[in-house]
Design a protein around this ligand. Structure first.
Ligand SMILES: Nc1ncnc2c1ncn2[C@@H]1O[C@H](COP(=O)(O)OP(=O)(O)OP(=O)(O)O)[C@@H](O)[C@H]1O
Ligand SMILES: [Mg+2]
Length: 494
């Protein structure tokens, strides 16, 4: 046993979020923490790494009690965490990042950096990961996936015995995720131990050895990944059988609510034309980097466009900044809710009302009372948990953060909703809730566009699917003719 947690509990301002957790991680296994949004997975990790202190319980590391009071205690013991927000310095090289803070020195009185030695060691570490990343490459030039691998190399250089990854693949492309998973498998075969958190159940099935399931801060069970099907995982997680992962509803096609004509983002990018109608969910598929987000940013006025016209319910609109987009009834649920969707250090009520402060003004001043009233209503309607609207957005779990973002846009009275990766990092149960919210938007006559890199989501929820490749629309498929093959074919250029 490498790590044991016994009877670990934790409360935040009187609300208990972990109830007597027991967790046993064996040397050389990939131990998965599985649970709905808010189940307490990240809180367990933060206790292990010294970001939070536990209220009760014991942590044993290599059969001895380990008191983690600050992050350094965990690092010294050999516990390394790869955070989603990477901690590398983009201007420095791969090698400099790996050895930052524990540089190798040349012996002698000047204590010069031993760059040759560091480079050699960096190469060794990277090749242990099965990577041929150049140690002299500037980190900022690497993709997110490779940066993550550099973080792992850094952890190895610090002699980590346990690597903790909290949703590492949620913002990676399919290929990058694949690379990370095989790196983990490699290292596990060399004896490394992992704690792994993900909402992607197929991934867990593939690399997990054992799975500890949490529900509402309580440990439900530890099971073997091999002997547990994906459906069984879902049932353990949500505590009931989830009938339908994609609650698709059909509505009658209505008016054209959004028309984009000859939109060009740059002088040499292709002109884009498409329309979205009431009664349908329009999916936009494509590989990561196909230009889907950029197109929407152009329409929403975040980035300037060269030319093109946008019509909303038949009227031509000149939207050259997000403020105008909001006035014209557009809503843009951005893919990165932490960076672009929320004010993390502000309350739920602040976030839910921020996009339309005019609606909460009294005599020219913002009325906090009406902000709170409105937020209470949305928080109840959308079943945001916890329902305390004074909580800061950063203290909500991913799924609940997403609901706050949606509430913010509902409050603006938008008519055209653009969802960019709406269920990224969201558990299966909460996904269904988001889909139901989307259904009700369509039912009320709103225009709904979903950008998604998850093919099952596109195929499960959309009525019509546009596929993009290098900024161009390379496919336009109806629900009943779309399948994995023809979408992928269009995604790689047709
Ligand atoms: N600093 C904090 N203050 C108040 N509540 C908190 C704080 N940190 C976490 N919580 C609450 O603790 C609970 C568990 O959160 P945690 O982030 O561990 O969930 P999670 O399982 O990691 O969810 P997700 O899958 O969405 O990442 C949630 O209800 C969350 O709102
Ligand atoms: Mg979490």
């Amino acid at each position: 046993m490498l790590l044991e947690m016994k009877n670990v509990s934790k409360s935040f301002s009187g609300i208990q979020v972990l109830h007597g957790i027991n967790l046993e991680v064996k040397k050389g296994e990939v131990h998965v923490l599985l649970g709905e949004n808010g189940a307490g997975k990240s809180t367990i990790i933060k206790i292990l790494t010294g970001a939070y202190t536990k209220d009760t319980g014991v942590v044993k590391w290599e059969n001895k009690v380990l008191d983690v009071e600050k992050p350094k205690d965990a690092i010294d013991a050999g516990i390394a965490t790869i955070y989603q927000e990477l901690n590398l310095i983009p201007q420095l090289s791969v090698m400099e990042n790996i050895f930052l803070g524990h540089e190798e020195k040349v012996r002698g009185k000047y204590s010069l950096l031993d760059r040759n030695n560091m480079r050699k060691k960096a190469e060794e570490l990277l090749s242990r990961l099965g990577q041929n990343i150049d140690p002299d490459e500037i980190v900022g030039n690497l993709g997110v996936g490779q940066q993550q691998l550099v973080e792992i190399a850094k952890a190895l250089s610090l002699n980590a015995k346990l690597l903790i990854l909290d949703e590492p693949t949620s913002s990676l492309s399919g290929k990058e995720a694949e690379q990370l998973l095989s790196t983990i498998e490699n290292l596990r075969n060399q004896g490394m131990t992992f704690i792994y958190i993900s909402h992607r159940l197929e991934e867990i099935k593939r690399i997990g050895d054992r799975i500890t399931v949490l529900r509402d801060g309580t440990k439900i069970q530890t099971v073997s990944a091999k002997n547990t099907s994906v459906d069984e995982m879902v049932t353990l997680m949500v505590g009931r059988v989830l009938e339908n992962k994609f609650p698709k509803k059909q509505f009658k096609k209505g008016k054209e609510g959004l028309r984009v004509e000859n939109l060009k983002l740059t002088s040499d990018s292709p002109a884009v034309n498409f329309s979205a109608y009431q009664g349908e969910i329009l999916g936009i598929s494509g590989l990561v980097g196909a230009g889907r987000t950029e197109l929407m940013r152009g329409i929403f006025g975040v980035d300037p466009v060269i030319s093109g016209d946008v019509y909303i319910f038949g009227e031509k609109k000149n939207i050259d900044n997000p403020r105008k987009a909001i006035q014209e009834g557009l809503a843009f649920i951005t893919e990165d809710r932490k960076e672009e969707g929320l004010f993390l250090d502000q309350s739920i009520y602040f976030n839910e009302t921020i996009a339309k402060l005019n609606f909460v003004k009294k005599n020219g001043l913002i009325s906090v009372k009406s902000q709170r009233n409105i937020a209470n209503k949305y928080t109840q309607d959308l079943k945001i948990r916890p329902s305390n609207i004074e909580l800061m957005a950063k203290n909500l779990s991913g799924g609940n953060q997403q609901k706050v973002v949606i509430a913010k846009w509902l409050f603006t009275g938008a008519r055209v909703f653009i969802f960019d990766e709406p269920t990224r990092g969201i558990d299966v149960g909460a996904k269904v809730e988001v889909y139901n919210l989307i259904n009700s938007l369509v039912e009320q006559g709103s225009i709904v566009i979903i950008i998604s890199s998850e093919l099952p989501e596109i195929l499960g929820m959309c009525d019509r699917i546009l596929v993009m490749n290098e900024g161009k629309i390379t496919g336009d498929l109806m629900r009943d003719e779309a399948n994995q093959e023809n979408i992928m074919k269009a995604a790689i250029g047709g």
